[in-house]
Ligand binder design. Structure first.
Ligand code: AMP
Length: 113
């Protein structure tokens, strides 16, 4: 686990506002929300980013996306939402434990960068 912030959140060592959990992933509210609904979906197993996840034999990336859609439905985002994963330095990834941002609850910016 080491010093990984999200591993410590998933382990319950650091408090979080959990919204969903299954055998593969843990989802919690972003501490600095950029939309009325801003949730992070992270794999329980530590991996750095989506590049590392895509190297796996299994379909963990698909499971994370499916969990995100399930959470969006539970949050009432029937009008739409955005899923984003920042990857590496140019992607402005600040926490090196894979996570998907689920944002919604308002009309989001058309700008993506
Ligand atoms: P990224 O920049 O894509 O790596 O996203 C990291 C996200 O983690 C940011 O949106 C932060 O606001 C969020 N974050 C950082 N620390 C915490 C925390 N303790 N609990 C919840 N979200 C956090």
């Amino acid at each position: 686990m080491g010093d990984c912030l999200f591993c410590r959140i998933i382990a319950g060592e650091i408090p979080s506002q959990k919204v969903y959990e299954d055998e593969k992933c843990y989802a919690f509210r972003d501490i600095n929300p950029q939309a009325p609904v801003h949730i992070l979906i992270a794999p329980k197993e530590h991996m750095r980013n989506i590049t590392e996840c895509a190297e796996r034999e299994d379909d963990l990336a698909g499971s994370l996306m499916k969990a995100a859609v399930k959470i969006a439905k539970a949050e009432g985002l029937e009008n739409g939402f955005r899923l984003v994963t920042n990857n590496g330095q140019d992607g402005c990834q600040s926490v090196d434990h894979l996570h998907i941002h689920l944002m919604g609850g308002k009309k989001l910016s058309e700008r993506m960068s």
